[in-house]
Design a binder for this molecule. Structure first.
Ligand code: THU
Length: 162
C-alpha cells in the first residue's frame, strides 16, 4: 500500500499592485465586468475574462434562469464564447472575479467543479498552460500557473481512447 497525495501550488498576492501592469488590466476588467452578470436569483455575480496571447479580452458572466438548474456559470459562458468567435485563439490568462449582495467580496472565489473540468478541456485542446487569477472586488489575488492545477486527476480525452 502506498499513500499518495496531490500538491496544489499557487501564489498569493496581497493586492493587484503586486502584479504586472498587464495583470492589473485583466483584474480591473473582470472586477468591472461582474456587475454585468445576470444573477437575479442568487445575487452572486461572477465574471470571467480571458486574455489571448495577442492581448484581446474575451468576457463571460453567469446567466441565471427562473428554472434554476439551467443557469450557466461565467467561466463556461466565456469558454463557449471563445470557442465560437475565436476558436484558434491561444489563451494566456483567465481572471475570475465576483460581486455579492450578501457577503464581502474581498476574498477570491475558485471555479466550481464543472467549470474546472471545462477549463481543463480547453487547456488540453491547445496544449498550452492557461494561467488563472482569482480575486474579489478588492484584496488578495491567487495565481495558478495552470488551470489543471485546480483539478488533479481530471478526466481527459486520452482516457477515452483504448
Ligand atoms: N457561479 C459561477 O458563475 N461560477 C462559478 O464557478 C461558481 C458559481 C455562479 C452560478 C450561479 O449563477 C451563482 O454563481 C451562484 O452559485
Amino acid at each position: 500500500m502506498l499513500h499518495a497525495a496531490f500538491d496544489i501550488p499557487y501564489k498569493k498576492y496581497k493586492d493587484a499592485a503586486e502584479l504586472s501592469q498587464d495583470d492589473q488590466k485583466i483584474i480591473h476588467e473582470s472586477r468591472r465586468l461582474a456587475s454585468l452578470a445576470y444573477a437575479p436569483y442568487s445575487g452572486f455575480k461572477v465574471a470571467s475574462v480571458a486574455q489571448t496571447i495577442d492581448g484581446i479580452f474575451i468576457h463571460g458572466t453567469n446567466q441565471e434562469n427562473a428554472s434554476y438548474p439551467i443557469g450557466l456559470c461565467a467561466e463556461r459562458v466565456m469558454l463557449a464564447t471563445i470557442s465560437s468567435i475565436a476558436s484558434d485563439a491561444i489563451i494566456k490568462t483567465i481572471c475570475i472575479s465576483y460581486i455579492s449582495e450578501k457577503q464581502s467580496t474581498a476574498v477570491p472565489i475558485a471555479p466550481c467543479g464543472i467549470c474546472r473540468q471545462s477549463l481543463v478541456e480547453f487547456e488540453s485542446r491547445f496544449n498550452e498552460p492557461i494561467r488563472l487569477l482569482l480575486t474579489g472586488q478588492s484584496g488578495e489575488i491567487f495565481e495558478f500557473d495552470s488551470v489543471s492545477d485546480l483539478l488533479p486527476m481530471a478526466f481527459k480525452k486520452k482516457n477515452l481512447i483504448n
